[in-house]
Ligand binder design. Structure first.
Ligand code: PLP
Length: 440
């Protein structure tokens, strides 16, 4: 087993194993970053380094509309020359942008707070939930990553991205099993029901201990694990149990929302549920610092009664104009549909590669949020972490930027700009095929 990890062991998620995962992470990072290219500029889904070498950017889900989109270049420079900040009065772009967001939001979520990043959005969402409910317990998934500010860090378990989380985690955070179809405790058709039974037991114990729930926070599709879909009906069950205890439900859509899944605009749509609070960032600003919390008016009003709603740069005129322009591009260039068709085509091609290369254990995800899970053995599913890191280096030499991710750093996460073309997708699939063939 890799670094002594026995995947079949029940203590898979114990502290001891997590320490060893941290070692895996350090080794993979050391390997992957031996000679990173120095990028000078970007164009659509391409990055160009100081030696004029061109790479396909398969990891940048922040550049939703690609790099250096002409409409964004013009919008930013125009808005900067007109008005770049206004912390005193309203400005015209603000209501225009928040109204557009509300029109896109799930029913009942009609109030928007604009902030500067995903981490800030998550911290604010947690504050809204604790203020509204008067409770302080928060449920979060094992393997989650929600950001690096104090609250977001506390609800993040991902050992790879966040090795300090467990040491610093406050007692209001309660970590629950992530229902991973590949690596979780339960597998198969009835796994949602079995995970929900486990959750009921955990919640029963929290009730007995006098813990009152403020919220559940989770990604509706597991981003950190490479776009793993939750079992059908699972999130509906979680929401029901949390609400029965007076808690709010927070869907962190920072990675998977905003049309990237192709078929669904929001990740929660894939599970058929409506949360009380949504957090978004990354692609909505295409790199301009911009995040948002979208929630119900009664939740927002309760918060407003208790404190300040002021962020100096959150939702600045430039951010609002960028946000509006990203939405225009998304609409005018049919980028959600592109994610559905080009992403669907990419997934089909990756599944064909799976048939030819045993190292591919699974292809997760939807649209342009995909994960190629690499394993050493198709029966034991032992993660091929170091191999994943080597493959990424080899892909870099082929002109493709891909990063190993997930708790074991054995998943090639594919989340390129949403205007990626079929031609670029084929370039990557052929490169991956060559790299894997050369290794076998
Ligand atoms: N939530 C999720 C699901 C994320 O993946 C991230 C960042 O990767 C964040 C929140 C934090 O966002 P930011 O990096 O903008 O602070």
């Amino acid at each position: 087993p890799l670094f002594g990890i026995d995947l079949a062991a029940p203590e898979l998620l114990s502290g001891d194993v997590l320490e060893r995962r941290a070692a895996t992470f350090a080794e993979v990072q050391e390997h992957y970053y031996t000679e990173p290219p120095e990028i000078e500029r970007g164009w659509r889904e391409h990055l160009i380094d100081v030696h004029a070498q061109c790479y396909l950017d398969l990891v940048n889900n922040v550049a939703l509309a690609g790099h250096a989109h002409p409409r964004l270049v013009t919008a930013v420079s125009n808005q900067w020359s007109l008005l770049n900040t206004n912390s005193r009065f309203n400005y015209s772009a603000l209501p225009r942008f928040t109204e557009r967001l509300v029109a896109l939001a799930p029913d009942g979520l009609d109030t928007v707070f604009l902030v500067n990043s995903g981490s800030e959005a998550v911290d604010l969402a947690l504050r809204l939930a604790t203020t509204y409910t008067g409770n302080d317990g928060v449920l979060a998934f094992q393997e989650a990553y929600h950001g690096w500010t104090v609250g977001a860090d506390a609800v993040s378990s991902s050992i790879g991205d966040n090795p300090r989380a467990r040491e610093t985690r406050p007692d209001w955070v309660h970590v629950i099993d992530a229902p991973h179809p590949f690596r979780g405790t339960h597998r198969g058709a009835d796994s949602a029901a079995r995970y929900l039974e486990d959750l009921e037991a955990t919640l029963g114990a929290l009730d007995d201990a006098g813990t009152r729930l403020a919220a559940f926070i989770g990604e509706p599709v597991f981003g950190n694990a490479g776009g793993v879909l939750l079992p059908d009906g699972y999130l509906a069950g979680v929401f029901e149990k949390v609400r029965a205890r007076g808690g709010l439900t927070i869907s962190d859509e920072v990675q998977v929302g905003y049309g990237r899944l192709g078929e669904y605009f929001w990740g929660v749509d894939q599970q058929g549920v409506t949360p009380d609070i949504i957090t978004i960032a990354k692609g909505m600003g295409n790199g301009q610092p911009l995040g948002a919390v979208i929630t119900r008016r009664d939740i927002a009003e309760k918060f407003a009664e208790e404190g300040s709603l002021f962020s100096s740069a959150g939702g600045s005129p430039v951010s609002c104009i960028v946000g509006l322009t990203v939405l225009d591009i998304l609409h005018d260039e049919g980028l959600q549909e592109n994610a559905r068709t080009v992403g669907g085509d990419l997934k089909a091609k990756l599944l064909r590669l799976k048939g030819r290369h045993d190292i591919i254990g699974a292809v997760h995800g939807l649209g342009l949020y995909l994960g190629v899970e690499l394993v050493r053995d198709l029966d034991t599913l032992e993660p091929a972490s170091v191999e994943a890191s080597e493959i990424c280096e080899e892909l870099l030499r082929e002109g493709c930027i891909v990063q190993p991710t997930g708790d074991y750093k054995n998943v090639l996460k594919i989340k390129p700009p949403m205007n990626i073309t079929t031609e670029s997708v084929d370039f990557f699939v052929e490169a991956l095929d060559r790299v894997l063939s050369a290794r076998s």
